[in-house]
Design a protein around this ligand. Structure first.
Ligand code: SF4
Ligand code: SF4
Length: 71
């Protein structure tokens, strides 16, 4: 489970200090989320803290993987 950041991100830095897992980092063009660290804030908050603070609503849930990968 993880969220991801769309290219609309303006690098405003508001989401970074909110992440309890330090999963957000500055990518080549905009901020990105390390999917190995993001827990969608479960255990910390009721909703993803980064989504709550992002002024552009450019952070989205990654679609959940469903079942085994197709061959
Ligand atoms: S959903 Fe929570 S854990 Fe994941 S990147 Fe956002 S603030 Fe961090
Ligand atoms: S709060 Fe939104 S616009 Fe700001 S750096 Fe994070 S993802 Fe980008």
């Amino acid at each position: 489970m993880s969220v991801w950041i769309e290219a609309l991100c303006i690098n405003c830095d508001m989401c970074v200090p909110e992440c309890p897992n330090t999963a957000i980092f500055r990518g080549e063009h905009h901020y990105q989320v390390n999917a190995d660290l993001c827990t969608e804030c479960i255990g910390f908050y009721d909703k993803p803290a980064c989504i709550e603070v992002c002024p552009l609503d450019c952070i989205q849930y990654l679609p959940a993987k469903s079942g085994p990968a197709a061959i």
